[in-house]
Design a protein around this ligand. Structure first.
Ligand SMILES: O=C(O)CCC(=O)C(=O)O
Length: 297
């Protein structure tokens, strides 16, 4: 069993759209290749992120998440325990990359200097790719191609960059740096360095995701599962730590703004067979309930 790989350069768009819809229904996670984002740009994104994480701690702390902040933006170094109580050490940085009105450059590294230019270029490419995928997913629900983007908030939809940095773990067993979870937002686009570690849970098995150097992993999140009334599946996944190599990953979370209300799209709730399977939520309340593990429906 392998996480599906979809070649977006196939000239038969109908086939590509069908593959994206099928993978989102059956897996909730897939890899796209030949997606139009230059591999050279993806490499530069990885290089500038790695350069930042290799700076001395004091330089990284300049953009630390403020102690009193209720938002996620900023650099954090975090010691955690996995589900079985084993140690895991994960450093990360969060900053929004879109829309411009929600970007706080104070949380973007100033060193290396090209960090900003590379991330801005990547943001415009990821937005384009994300909107294309949303169109196919909308049509896969039998709706207008704008339906999911509009239901998520239209031009106010936010793109949140995260960089994960998992140092090598030399212990005897598998250690989980990112414990099993589903993403809270709508959809995530992830690239990673050469160390493997991302695993998806399918049919009672953990499946390794082999992220190629220029491939992008697409992960359906809770918002799209709920907006599609369960037709698309938010994928359970986790990330393990490598024994020898430092692992890094760059997920971009696509989500609505905090005050936006979302739920099963009204166009899908027609007739007795299509009762809503999920409650509508204001996104900030949904995030809060999910993070606090409160009952949702
Ligand atoms: O590092 C990875 O591949 C997965 C990261 C992840 O799931 C997360 O940061 O939410």
């Amino acid at each position: 069993m392998e996480v599906p790989i979809i070649n977006l350069s196939n000239p038969n768009e109908e086939l590509v759209a069908h593959a994206v819809v099928k993978a989102s229904q059956e897996w909730g996670i897939f890899q796209v290749v030949n997606h139009g984002i230059p591999s050279e740009l993806i490499q530069r994104l990885k290089d500038v992120g790695k350069e930042f994480f290799e700076l001395p701690e004091t330089e990284k702390e300049v953009i630390a998440k403020p102690e009193d902040s209720t938002d996620v933006e900023g650099y954090r170094t975090r010691f955690t325990k996995d589900r079985d109580g084993r140690d895991a050490w994960v450093d990360h940085l969060f900053h929004r990359i879109w829309p411009p009105s929600r970007v706080s450059y104070r949380f973007w590294p100033k060193n290396p200097q090209e960090y900003r230019e590379v991330n801005e270029e990547y943001a415009s490419h990821i937005k384009k790719l994300s909107e294309k995928i949303m169109e196919w997913l909308s049509e896969g629900l039998g709706l207008r191609r704008e339906a999911l983007k509009e239901g998520l908030g239209g031009e106010a939809v936010e793109y949140l960059m995260k960089i994960n940095y998992y140092p090598p773990y030399h212990g005897p067993d598998l250690v989980v740096g990112a414990p099993v979870h589903t993403d809270i937002g709508a959809v995530t686009f992830l690239v990673a360095n050469e160390a493997t570690g991302l695993q998806a849970f399918k049919d009672d098995h953990w499946i390794d995701t082999k992220c190629t150097t220029s491939g992008i992993i697409v992960i359906i999140g809770d918002q799209f599962q709920r907006m599609s009334n369960g037709k698309y599946k938010s994928a359970e996944h986790r990330a393990t730590m490598d024994k020898e190599k430092t692992r890094m990953s760059w997920p971009v979370f696509v989500e609505s703004s905090l005050d936006h209300e979302f739920g099963p799209l009204p166009e899908l709730i027609t007739g007795d067979d299509n009762a809503p399977k999920f409650k509508p939520f204001v996104y900030k309340d949904f995030k809060f309930s999910k993070l606090k593990k409160l009952p949702l429906d």
